[in-house]
Ligand binder design. Structure first.
Ligand code: COA
Length: 249
């Protein structure tokens, strides 16, 4: 069986690659668990200086697996997706993302918690939570209005409009846009390897200082969003929209 999450160690860099190309790297419960384990391992291993998170050269991820949403919706916050969210929130090492093609749902919201984000210009980011009868998750309802202002955040979170990699850079969601997925990955890798020659304690303390002011509020919001999201998953609106995607052909 193909592994859906690939881990690769290159000197001080741990690369974590979502690898389910036939399903556009849609994230299953097993993949969230493995992602969480990889981040916890990276955080505790002094040899790891940075984590690079990526997908395929033409698709970052289609977000949560929609069949999983319908067949095994989370009941509470003690489940793999929240373990993943908390492991990313708590990771003390720099996390660098390389994004190409679609980055849907949590594929976009997770980027709000990465330290550096390299995207292909034509990457397609989108958070269609409302369109699916759901609500924002992973702190996006707090972070996006602050980052973009209420008017633009509403465009993304209430209308579920998509945006390009280039727009993500203009709006401060991503660091730099590159000409292709390959170029975004190469740039992300080059930057991630730079952390090998930077003093690790200084990097850790600096990241901690940058994240500390919002950490507790963010954790609270992620829990509130998560509780509402799990309720929404069972709502007639969500069941109809999610089933519509599955039955669309
Ligand atoms: N969950 C489960 N399966 C998914 C999926 C998801 N989130 N996204 C894509 N897939 C599957 C499709 O069902 C299809 O499977 P099939 O070949 O067995 O029918 C396969 O991946 C390819 O998807 P397809 O839609 O044909 O690819 P595309 O290139 O035309 O479009 C996307 C790619 C990502 C834009 C589109 O698949 C999409 O919108 N996916 C849903 C995203 C989403 O709403 N995620 C949840 C956010 S909360």
């Amino acid at each position: 069986m193909t592994e859906t999450l690939l881990l690769d160690r290159e000197r001080g860099l741990l690369t974590v690659r979502m690898n389910r190309p036939d399903k556009k790297n849609a994230l299953t419960r097993a993949m969230y668990s493995q992602l969480a384990q990889a981040l916890v391992m990276a955080d505790s291993d002094p040899q790891v200086r940075a984590v690079l998170l990526t997908g395929s050269s033409d698709c970052f991820t289609a977000g949560n697996d929609i069949i999983d949403f319908l067949e095994q919706p989370p009941n509470d916050l003690d489940n793999p997706v929240f373990q993943f969210m908390l492991s990313l929130l708590d990771c003390r090492k720099p996390v660098i993302a390389a994004v190409a093609g679609p980055a849907v749902g949590i594929g976009t919201t997770l980027l709000l918690h990465c330290d550096l984000v390299y995207v292909s210009r034509d990457a397609r980011l989108r958070m269609p939570f409302v369109n699916l009868g759901l609500c924002p998750e992973f702190g996006s309802s707090l972070i996006l209005p602050r980052l973009l202002g209420q008017a633009r955040a509403a465009q993304l979170l209430l209308l579920g409009e998509g945006f390009s990699g280039e727009q993500a850079v203009a709006w401060g969601i991503a660091t730099e846009a590159l000409d292709s997925g390959e170029a975004a990955l190469a740039k992300a890798r080059e930057v991630a390897l730079r952390f090998e020659s930077l003093p690790p304690d200084a990097v850790r303390i600096s990241k901690q200082l940058m994240k500390a002011p919002d950490r507790e509020q963010l954790r609270k919001v992620i829990e509130e969003e998560g509780t509402l999201f799990t309720q929404r998953l069972r709502s007639p609106e969500a069941v109809a929209a999610l089933s519509g995607f599955i039955n669309r052909r």
